[in-house]
Design a protein around this ligand. Structure first.
Ligand SMILES: Cc1ncc(COP(=O)(O)O)c(C=O)c1O
Length: 385
């Protein structure tokens, strides 16, 4: 119905996934247990990784991966201002100092060519973000990391199913963190996972995600379990529940189909909006990749559109169409300005994107006629044929 509010994102949950959640609820075991283990194995098989740790969120994953690196005060982590605040927040909470490099103006991904100049004697890690599910150029990034002995923690919150030069994100490199938040390409309600090829890091994260206990509850309350445990280190409470994994077990097999549909919708936006002066459209790089199209986020040209991004979002809302803002550049938030001295002008590409970016409706359940509605509303708003 044309009048219904069309959100910018909506999860696609199958009847089988709902049945699995109900079965979990009826099973008598709803927190971390056999379904989480199965989900971890399924992710490991999908991305091609030896070890997967399911967690309560990607934020938790970033916190644990960075904490497990054992950052010392003053240690630096190089990342991008064009990300969700959690990326930088977790560097700070893990004891590090965020050092930023600007992004490319049209992919919004960190400009790998600028990383070398940001490396100092205090640099410990590089933290790229695969923005919207578009892979960062990882070969030169890993070459730099190797040359300087740096860890790489990939913020792959948008990038489950993303491929770089024929390899899935999570299937190569150091450590990756996925998000299963409801807006993401697959969801467990809230949820996330860390994938790593470093067994020691994986062991630390396994400890830290559940109080620093040497044995999780599933191994203590079962028939063959031993009720005693030891605390090896003070840990967090970042475990995923079986109720969440029940959803994930049915989302993961649907992921490639979700990405196919997202790709069709994004391609249609790119094709139709190509001639509109009101938009600057995102570009995809030349290296072989599969974009996961978590977001379709063009940049508004305020002079041609006769309105800025915020006015556009408001006008679309008045037409019953939701849009999203991903993201405002993190270095301009008060904490980061005050604490680290960042200011407007430091990262011009990120700032221009931050001021102009808007996410248009994109989710697997979006029909062609829903998309027609979005395009018609924008055409009417801009007086565009
Ligand atoms: C780039 C990026 N990193 C991290 C996160 C945090 O993910 P979560 O909501 O699962 O904690 C998000 C979530 O939106 C994100 O977009």
């Amino acid at each position: 119905m044309a009048d219904e509010f069309l959100p910018f994102s909506r999860p696609t949950i199958s009847p089988e996934a709902i049945d699995e959640v109900v079965a979990c609820l009826r099973s008598g075991w709803i927190t971390t247990g056999p379904r989480v283990k199965k989900f971890e194995e399924a992710i490991a098989a999908y991305v091609g990784a030896p070890r997967v740790l399911a967690l309560s969120s990607a934020t938790a994953g970033l916190h644990l991966a960075l904490t497990a690196l054992g950052l010392e005060p003053g240690d630096e982590v190089i990342t991008t201002p064009m990300t969700f605040a959690a990326t930088l927040n977790m560097i700070v909470l893990a004891g590090g100092r965020p050092v930023l490099v600007d992004v490319e103006p049209d992919t919004y991904n960190m400009d790998v060519g600028q990383i070398a100049a940001a490396i100092s004697t205090r640099t410990r890690a590089i933290l790229p973000v695969h923005f919207a599910g578009l892979p960062v150029d990882m070969d030169p990034l890993y070459a730099l990391a190797e040359k300087h002995g740096l860890r790489v923690i990939e913020d792959a919150a948008h990038a489950i199913g993303t491929e770089y030069r024929g390899k899935r994100i999570g299937g190569f490199g150091d450590t990756q963190v996925f998000s299963f938040h409801p807006n993401k390409n697959i969801t467990t309600g809230e949820g996330g996972a860390v994938v790593t090829r470093d067994q020691k890091l994986a062991d630390s994260i396994a400890l830290l995600r559940f109080h620093g206990m040497d044995r999780e509850a599933w191994n203590r309350f079962g028939k063959s379990g031993n009720q005693h445990y030891e605390i090896i280190t003070p840990g967090f409470k970042y475990n995923m529940m079986d109720m969440q994994a029940a959803l994930g077990l049915h989302q993961l097999p649907a992921l490639d189909g979700f990405i196919r549909r997202r790709t069709e919708i994004a391609a249609r936006y790119q094709e139709i909006l190509a001639g509109w002066p009101q938009w600057t459209l995102p570009r995809t790089p030349d290296y072989p990749h599969r974009h996961a199209w978590h977001l379709y986020a063009p940049l508004i040209n305020p002079a041609e559109a006769h309105m800025d991004r915020d006015a556009f979002m408001q006008a679309m809302k008045e037409r019953n169409i939701g849009t999203g803002l991903h993201y405002r550049a993190v270095h301009l938030y008060p904490y980061y300005r005050d604490q680290f001295g960042f200011k407007r002008g430091d990262f011009p590409n990120a700032e221009s994107i931050s001021d102009r970016i808007v996410s248009l409706p994109l989710f697997p359940g979006l029909s062609d006629s829903d998309q027609d509605r979005v395009i018609a509303a924008m055409a009417e708003l801009f007086g565009q044929d």
